[in-house]
Design a protein around this ligand. Sequence first.
Ligand code: AMP
Length: 114
Amino acid sequence: MADCIFCKIGRKEIPAKIVYEDRLVVAFDDIGPQAPTHCLVIPKAHYETLNDVGAEQEGLLGHMMLVATRVARDKGIHDKGYRLVANTLAEAGQSVFHIHLHLLGGRRFAWPPG
Ligand code: AMP
């Protein structure tokens, strides 16, 4: 999508600290980290929210989660613990409308989330 910020990162039209990339996804450091490790895993294809992803993209969603575990290992938080979050629509706090998984770690998190 032409003016989507995460599509632009996927196409390397704007800079990001990319920590993993393959044919389907890109992972990069969040610009406003909420924890010592805070990365985002995005598909290169544009889907506004999780509600827009159909059953045919089941493999892509699984791939995003596996990439997140790989990045967690690379970042050294794999064995201590980490949190994956996919904010979906306004009430959950989604602010960028291109699906993404937050990978957060390096500190203790509260539950329930705020
Ligand atoms: P959400 O609020 O769940 O939609 O998360 C969007 C995330 O994208 C936030 O944590 C932002 O800090 C992050 N973000 C927005 N723009 C950029 C950017 N250009 N590079 C890296 N992270 C970004």
